[in-house]
Design a protein around this ligand. Structure first.
Ligand code: SAM
Length: 227
C-alpha cells in the first residue's frame, strides 16, 4: 500500500505513458505501484544515494519487476538518455532542489511531454521555473496526507508562454481557484507564521524593510484568497 500522496502523483501520469523516470525514487514505491498495474509501462528509478538506490533495487526484485523498471544510480537527470522517457516524476523534495535538478540538464527534457512534480515546500520556485523554461502548468493539486500538506504540479511544454501574476506564482493558479480545505488550512497557517516573522524582523536593530514589504504583500494575497 503506497501513500495517498504518491497515489495522487500517479493519477497525473498520462494514459498513454510508455516510459517514465522517477528521479529520487528512494524505495521505488511509485514506479512499482504503476508497473504492477500496467505491464505495458516501463520506468527508470533514479537515485543519487547508494542506500536508497539499494532499497529501490531490492523492492523491484521483490516485486519481480526487473523487466519493467531499471534502477539507476546517478545525480538527477543524468540517469536518463536524451529522448528516452516521455514523462518525468520528481516527488518528495523541496521545490528549489527539484528546480535545480531540472535546470542542470535542460537537454534531457527534450522529448519529455510532461513533468509531474511534488514539492514538499517552495512550490512557487517550480512555477517560476515553468515560466522561464517555456512550460505551462496544466494542473495542480493540494492535499492533506496524514496531517502534512503537499502540492503536486503538472507541467507541459507549451508554444506560447504562460503568463502568471506574482500572486499566482505564490499561491498556485489552479489551487487558488479551487480553494479546497487543504489550501485553506495551509495558507491560514502560513498567514499566522508570516505575522510572527514580520514582528520579529521589526524588532531587529536594522529591520530588513524589503523583506517586510514582501511579506506584507504576501499577507495581503493570502488574506484576499481566504476571505
Ligand atoms: N520520491 C520518493 C517519494 O516521494 O516518496 C522519495 C522521496 S525522498 C524524501 C527524496 C529522495 O531523493 C531521497 O531518496 C534522495 O536520496 C533522493 N535525491 C535527492 N537529491 C537527488 C538528486 N539530485 N538526484 C537523484 N535523487 C536525489
Amino acid at each position: 500500500e503506497i501513500s495517498n500522496r504518491l497515489n495522487q502523483v500517479i493519477e497525473f501520469l498520462p494514459e498513454n505513458v510508455r516510459k517514465f523516470a522517477d528521479i529520487g525514487s528512494d524505495h521505488a514505491y511509485l514506479p512499482c505501484a504503476v508497473c504492477l498495474n500496467r505491464p505495458d509501462v516501463q520506468a527508470i528509478a533514479g537515485e543519487v544515494n547508494r542506500g536508497p538506490y539499494e532499497s529501490a533495487q531490492s523492492q523491484v526484485n521483490k516485486m519481480n519487476l526487473q523487466k519493467q523498471i531499471d534502477v539507476r544510480l546517478g545525480n538527477g537527470l543524468e540517469v536518463i538518455k536524451p529522448n528516452e522517457v516521455d514523462t518525468i516524476v520528481i516527488a518528495g523534495m523541496g521545490g528549489t532542489l527539484i528546480r535545480s535538478i531540472l535546470e542542470s540538464h535542460p537537454e534531457k527534457l527534450e522529448g519529455v511531454n510532461r513533468l509531474i512534480l511534488q514539492p514538499n515546500i517552495d512550490a512557487s520556485s517550480i512555477r517560476a521555473f515553468s515560466i522561464s523554461y517555456g512550460y505551462q502548468i496544466i494542473g495542480e493539486r493540494i492535499i492533506n496526507d496524514e496531517g502534512y500538506i503537499y502540492e503536486i504540479l503538472v507541467l507541459e511544454k507549451s508554444e506560447h508562454s504562460q503568463q502568471l501574476t506574482d500572486k499566482e506564482i505564490y499561491l498556485g493558479p489552479f489551487l487558488m481557484k479551487e480553494k479546497n480545505p487543504a489550501f485553506i488550512e495551509k495558507w491560514q497557517h502560513v498567514l499566522e507564521k508570516k505575522q510572527k516573522i514580520i514582528q520579529q524582523i521589526k524588532q531587529a536593530k536594522h529591520p530588513d524593510e524589503d523583506k517586510i514589504k514582501l511579506f506584507e504583500q504576501q499577507k495581503t494575497w493570502i488574506k484576499e484568497e481566504l476571505q
